[in-house]
Design a protein around this ligand. Structure first.
Ligand code: IPM
Ligand code: MG
Length: 359
């Protein structure tokens, strides 16, 4: 039976980078006889423009039925003035919560070829291989009540609620420990337990779950210190597990250690193993439509999708090897450009990955 992939290009550079990733998907589909089909749908600002909703029902239905989802990016200044309930980001958050994609894996791996592109000294980042496991469907992003209210004195007050229930913490803890088992066997849980009760509970549940994984070492770190340690001595980390908002912030910092956020894929999985795959970067409206965006994070997201949701490891390996190969050839998009290398655009980078796959 064929498996179906839903393609959600989204906004900004989304359509450009996804187009290259789809070429790669089509190529491995033929080369490895994967029997995959794919169709596209609207999400984000482009969906709002067409339908009045950043997550049309049709898109949500297709997403629920898909074996895996590939998303580009959402958002842009064009939609900044919209009410919060219909902003492009709500499309993304709605997919995450409706599909219960609670476990977000954000690897930060330094390609040796790109050591020069990191803002940190090569010796600090050489060999870097961190996995951030971010809880994606709870915490302050989704807690109720939330809003902006007017107080009795007439002053307005904005408020959000930071909540985590035991079961939500427990399932993301299992995701992190399972992932650690497949790699360095160390989990560092990030909290703010010196101030926030919700993370006191977080820490307690992490300890409890850790007992089921005696082969994995658990440590704890406060989020402010973790931000500092990430730029001071990032190689101390193996798996970092944290809540939705801390994970959002720390994963951007971790991404930049690797030279460019334009290189990093991510996977968001639910309990059934169904997943949405997307680059860690956003819609980059400043360069949208220019054909210069780096498609590699999206192409690597296809590899993650083949590995984690579609169970097609050889095809995933082939894509990752092809990406490494084009970097070896000295091809770089603007975000990772360096002296002595050839700067190419989005399409040419896609061409190069396809050529490496055919070689
Ligand atoms: C991310 C993004 C999203 C988030 C935005 C676009 C809603 O920053 O995936 O990290 O905050 O989760
Ligand atoms: Mg983010």
């Amino acid at each position: 039976m064929s498996k179906n992939v839903l393609i959600l290009p989204g906004d900004g550079i989304g359509p450009e980078i996804v187009a290259q990733a789809v070429r790669v998907l089509d190529h491995v589909n033929d080369a490895f006889s994967l029997n995959l089909t794919h169709e596209s749908a609207l999400v984000g600002g482009s969906a709002y423009d067409e339908t009045g909703s950043p997550l049309p029902q049709e898109t949500l239905d297709k997403a629920k039925a898909a074996d895996a989802i590939l998303l580009g990016a959402v958002g842009g200044p064009k939609w900044d003035g919209l009410d919060m309930s219909v902003r492009p980001e709500k499309g993304l958050l709605g997919l995450r919560s409706n599909l219960e994609l609670f476990a977000n894996y954000r690897p930060a791996i330094l390609y040796p070829q790109l050591a020069e592109a990191s803002s940190l000294k090569p010796e600090i980042v050489a060999g870097l291989d961190i996995l951030i496991v971010r809880e994606l469907t709870g915490g302050i992003y989704f807690g109720q009540p939330r809003g902006i209210r007017t107080l009795e004195n007439g002053e307005r007050q904005g408020y959000n609620t930071y909540v985590y229930s035991e079961s939500e913490i427990r399932r993301i803890a299992h995701s992190a420990f399972e992932a650690a088992r497949q790699r360095g066997k160390r989990v560092c849980s990030i909290d703010k337990s010196n101030v926030l009760e919700v993370t006191v509970l977080w820490k307690e549940i992490m300890e409890e779950v850790a007992k089921e994984y005696p082969d994995v070492e658990l440590s704890h770190m406060l989020v402010d210190n973790a931000a500092m340690q990430l730029v001071k001595a990032p190689k101390q980390f193996d798996v970092m597990v944290t809540g939705n908002m801390f994970g959002d912030i720390l994963s951007d910092a971790a991404a930049m250690l690797t030279g460019s956020i334009g290189m990093l894929p991510s996977a968001s999985l639910n309990a059934k193993g169904q997943g949405m795959y997307e680059p860690c970067h956003g819609s980059a409206p400043d360069i949208a439509g220019q054909g210069v965006a780096n498609p590699l994070a999206t192409i690597l997201s296809v590899a993650m999708m083949l590995r984690y949701s579609l169970n097609e490891k050889p095809a995933a390996d082939a894509i990752e090897a092809a990406v490494s190969n084009v970097l070896d050839q000295g091809l770089r998009t603007g975000d990772i450009a360096s002296e002595g290398c050839t700067t190419v655009g989005t399409q040419a980078m896609g061409d190069a990955v396809l050529a490496a796959l055919s070689a």
